[in-house]
Design a protein around this ligand. Structure first.
Ligand code: XUL
Ligand code: CO
Length: 431
């Protein structure tokens, strides 16, 4: 227990409250046969809330946290504060990068020892906490050794370092009972083709991911391996551009049955998609895993990682999550950070609590849309003619067969309304 949050008591569900409370997030409320908490599976991202100093391209640290510094004592204080926040929020999960939870050592060995000691410390904290590990991951993008990539680095020693790092992080994730392991491409991309062998780098990335999957099976890790697509930032071109690109990559390296997607709202927007598009595509390809929930600033176009606050957008996302059958190992990880002027401990609580309420409202709307069924019925009706025997047979036949039928039946297909406005009006009844 730290005194950072001034002994704040756990937030309650109280729709009438004028103070900080949940107005919509009611963990035990049943929605289409499942508790709200079990639908949403909220998670706090250690990095944004506890490791990020508040910098932007024009200025450095704004947050003055008592745990900032590279010592074990401070890393433990950071963990104490993190678990205090988890219990105030009643959050069921958290996520980390290795670099978020341990001080960097002078060499790999000492960083490893720091990390392993901190994993033991987290295990101890978790014993007296309700909060579990949603996923672990490796930070292979902040340190200057990774400036030209991790697995895709032109220097094979950086590939080796990255392999050693992921091995360590997978071991730790397994030890802490983590339900998934995430690989976000970090600096796996490039700035200019003038210095980049794109073919070689993609091969390195593919082999690396195969090695990760081989190791997962070797140690018997039961969780899911998830890749998190992102089109740019930090690299100008990222190899894991979006769900479609990553699926092609997985097929190329024989990993489409081994790896699923961790889909982030802001990354989808950066790729020129909607969040729900990426979710629906992953679901249709059988690779939907988990989500990183946040939003970008649509004006700046940057990956600003803000807390979500747009209920209609979130509702459409959870509509796709529910249609995909909901989360199994995955969850809703708030990959979201405070604005750099939000200095106070209460801001951290308010950011998460508000986001949890926004997601709860979105989920309730999505569940109501599913239960109502009109949207799904109208969507199915649009394709109803594909249920005829002739239509089904056509997909097994040839261009010749189709051409013959067009003339034999003297076909003259009439366009049919897509009814978008009517459908949007139906959505608006629920959000
Ligand atoms: C970066 C990002 C990461 C990953 C984990 O944009 O989303 O925080 O979620 O490495
Ligand atoms: Co993310």
């Amino acid at each position: 227990m730290s005194d950072f949050f001034n002994n704040m008591q756990p937030l309650q569900f109280d729709p009438e409250s004028q103070d900080l409370a949940f107005r919509h997030y009611n963990p035990d409320e049943m929605l289409i046969g499942k508790r709200m908490e079990d639908h949403l599976r909220f998670s706090v991202a250690y990095w944004h809330s506890f490791a990020w100093p508040g910098g932007d391209p024009f200025g450095g640290q704004t947050f003055d946290r008592p745990w900032f510094g590279e010592t074990m004592a401070l890393a433990k204080l950071k963990a104490d504060v993190a678990f205090d926040m988890f219990s105030i929020l009643g959050i069921p999960f958290f996520c980390w990068h290795d670099a978020d939870i341990r001080p960097e050592g002078a060499d790999f060995k000492s960083s490893r020892r720091n990390f392993e000691d901190m994993v033991d410390y987290l295990a101890l904290k978790m014993e007296s906490s309700e909060t579990q590990l949603l996923w672990g991951t490796a930070n292979m993008f902040s340190h200057r050794r990774f400036m030209s990539g991790a697995a895709t680095n032109p220097n094979p020693d950086v590939f080796a370092w990255s392999a050693a790092t992921v091995k360590l992080c997978l071991d730790a994730t397994q030890k802490l009972g983590g339900e998934n392991y995430v690989l976000w491409g970090g600096r796996e991309g490039y700035e200019t083709l003038l210095n980049t062998d794109l073919k070689r780098e993609r091969q390195q990335a593919g082999r690396f991911l195969q090695m990760v999957v081989e190791y997962k099976h070797k140690i018997g890790f039961k969780g899911a391996i998830l890749v998190e697509p992102k089109p740019q930032e930090p690299s100008k071109h990222q190899y894991d551009y979006d769900v479609a690109t990553v699926f092609g990559f997985l097929k190329e390296f024989g990993l489409e049955n081994e790896v699923k997607m961790n889909i982030e709202q802001g990354h989808a927007i950066l790729a020129g998609h909607s969040f729900e598009h990426e979710l629906a595509l992953a679901s249709s390809l059988g690779i939907f895993g988990s989500i990183d929930m946040n939003r970008n600033d649509y004006q700046s176009g940057w990956d600003t990682d803000q807390f979500p606050n747009n209920v209609p957008e979130v509702a459409l996302a959870y509509y796709e999550v529910l249609k995909a059958g909901g989360f199994t190992t995955g969850g809703t990880n708030f990959d979201a950070k405070l604005r750099r002027q939000s200095l106070d401990p209460i801001d951290l609580i308010a950011g998460h609590a508000g986001a949890m309420d926004v997601c709860a409202r979105g989920l309730k709307a999505a569940a109501a849309m599913i239960e109502d069924g009109t949207l799904e019925t109208m969507r199915e009706e649009r394709y109803a003619n594909w249920n005829t025997p002739q239509a089904k047979a056509m997909l097994k036949g040839s261009l010749d067969d189709a051409a013959a039928r067009v003339e034999a039946e003297n076909m003259n297909p009439e366009p049919i309304s897509g009814r978008q406005e009517i459908l949007e009006n139906i959505v608006n009844r629920f959000v």
